[in-house]
Design a protein around this ligand. Structure first.
Ligand SMILES: Cc1cc2nc3c(=O)[nH]c(=O)nc-3n(C[C@H](O)[C@H](O)[C@H](O)COP(=O)(O)OP(=O)(O)OC[C@H]3O[C@@H](n4cnc5c(N)ncnc54)[C@H](O)[C@@H]3O)c2cc1C
Length: 478
């Protein structure tokens, strides 16, 4: 049996593992990266990347409608099979490029299923037999699985889950039920509605996208816009029973009503995968839901073993997994110096009303002991939004009234997915709201609107000395 000795072994080549491997290598470690399936994990193969490509086409369709009679005429229809072909080619290309990039960073890829034998030894069952890897540090990045709903048994054909949803698409089903009003349910509902499906979205809670950093105002506007494009949104409702019948699914809801759908998507969160890694045998501590417990440095209860991304629970996004990868990659190579901080990681939602948020909402800021104030900037006053005939949306910026420190923000409307990074930078800057005072902007632009709208608030702050600003949750975390 071949034995490879290295500084760091990373298990799982999804967003988290890939980033961790590259970061550790950049820090001087000799790194081996093990993957049992396609490189790129969920993000590249069945989640963020294919979703982004399809959501972009859906957005183009939506935008074209807003210019009918204002510079565009005729009719535009979505062509889902062609969009799928475009998406497939994109993934193939990116899959090919990834190993080359890893090679550039001197990361050795090993194909196969990894099992932990001890805190420093891994067996990899690959196409050429079993291979042993000895590593001083191990990073686990094996992801999670879609949470199952007993009343909606997934058959990956008529009832699909978040992982099989995109792969199962070929033509737009005439009627679709999306179970779960979180980011994935909302994004799927938008996408399918734009390609011609009649979509019903059910959410058991009182609002869509129930994430504390996304404000109620944002969730309410999102719901209104989804309804505007024809999505049926039903809140406070769950599925009691779903049964596959000939070419469809019969569904009974918790209020007793019944309906038949051509396809059902179950998108109700994620749960741990079966323990094929041998976590329990090594005594790795897991929480009540089965996710691996880590400290602020992303180290597990077994010293030298780190866990990142979906496997360890917390925010289940590729953006958070990439954050983890960066932090753990540095910690394994240099000792535990960097702490995770999800307040720095933006959450992005692609739909008829894009939403991006970061840091603390007003409530969260109050609970954290700040004296928050919220700047509310409606897109109606934005020159660019008006020129784009797309002025539904707003920006909310949460800052500490006492010090001017930026605490977070929620951007709702076109451009949110990019504009949010201006907020991320300002939140991390010790200059807080002052970050915006001496910036020059392209004109007209959404970024410019954000700067201009802050002027009245900055006026008051300029009276106080810049030194008032004190490092807070963002700066201190570094
Ligand atoms: C439809 C959908 C859309 C999404 N859109 C977004 C988005 O736009 N933005 C965003 O930030 N997040 C998005 N997410 C969430 C995001 O995809 C995940 O949070 C992210 O991919 C998790 O990354 P990870 O590295 O933890 O795990 P994964 O990407 O799941 O990677 C884990 C890897 O480990 C491998 N593996 C598992 N066990 C073993 C083993 N024993 N040996 C070897 N290899 C193993 C797996 O094959 C897999 O490749 C979306 C999710 C879904 C389902």
């Amino acid at each position: 049996v071949t034995t490879t000795i290295c500084d760091v072994a990373v298990i799982g080549c999804g967003a988290g593992g890939y980033k961790a491997a590259i970061t550790a290598s950049q820090c001087g470690a000799q790194v081996v990266l093990i993957e049992s399936e396609s490189v790129g994990g969920s993000c590249l193969n069945r989640a963020c990347v294919p979703k982004k490509a399809l959501a972009h086409i859906a957005t183009l369709l939506c935008k074209a409608q807003t210019f009918m009679g204002h510079g565009l005429k005729g009719q535009i229809f979505g062509d889902l099979p062609a969009a799928i072909a475009f998406k497939d080619k994109l993934i193939q290309d990116l899959r090919r490029g990834l190993p080359m990039r890893l090679k550039q960073f001197a990361v050795e890829m090993v194909k196969g299923q990894a099992r932990l034998l001890s805190p420093q030894r891994i067996a990899v069952d690959g196409p050429d037999g079993t291979r042993l890897i000895e590593a001083r540090r191990i990073i686990l990045a094996t992801g999670a699985a879609p949470r199952a709903l007993a009343c909606c048994p997934v058959d990956h054909k008529f009832i699909v889950d978040a992982d099989s949803f995109i792969a199962s698409l070929s033509v737009a089903p005439p009627t679709v039920l999306c179970v779960g009003g979180g980011t994935i349910g909302v994004e799927a509902a938008f996408l399918l509605q734009q390609f011609g499906s009649a979509v019903t979205l059910v959410e058991r809670g009182p609002r869509l996208v129930d994430r504390p950093v996304v404000s109620d105002r944002a969730a309410t506007l999102l719901e209104r816009r989804l309804k505007d494009i024809g999505v049926t949104v039903r809140k406070g409702l769950t599925v009691r029973r779903a049964q596959v019948v000939e070419n469809g699914v019969d569904v009974q809801f918790s209020d007793g009503t019944e309906a038949r759908f051509d396809r059902v998507l179950v998108a109700v969160g994620r749960e741990p995968r079966p323990d094929d890694l041998g976590l329990q045998a090594l005594g790795l501590l897991c929480d009540a839901n089965g996710f691996v417990v880590t400290n602020d440095y992303l180290e597990t209860s077994v010293p030298g073993i780190y866990a990142i991304g979906d496997l360890k629970g917390g925010p289940m996004t590729a953006a958070a997994a990439l954050h983890d990868g960066r932090i753990a990659g540095e910690n394994v190579a240099r000792g535990n110096t960097r702490k995770r901080n999800y307040n720095q990681v933006p959450l992005v939602l692609d739909s008829v009303l894009p939403i991006a948020a970061v840091g603390l909402s007003e409530d969260m800021a109050e609970a954290a002991g700040f004296t928050p104030d919220v700047v509310y900037i409606p897109f109606g006053g934005s020159v660019k939004a008006r020129a784009y005939n797309d002025s539904v949306g707003f920006i909310e910026i949460v800052y500490d009234e006492e010090t001017g420190q930026m605490l977070g923000g929620c951007i709702v409307g076109a451009g949110a997915d990019e504009l949010v990074h201006l907020l991320v930078a300002a939140c991390r800057s010790r200059r807080g709201l002052w970050s915006f005072t001496d910036l020059d902007y392209g004109h007209p632009s959404w970024s410019e609107d954000m700067g201009t709208a802050l002027d009245p608030y900055l006026g008051a702050l300029v009276q106080s000395a810049n030194t008032l600003f004190r490092p807070g949750i963002y700066a201190a975390a570094d």
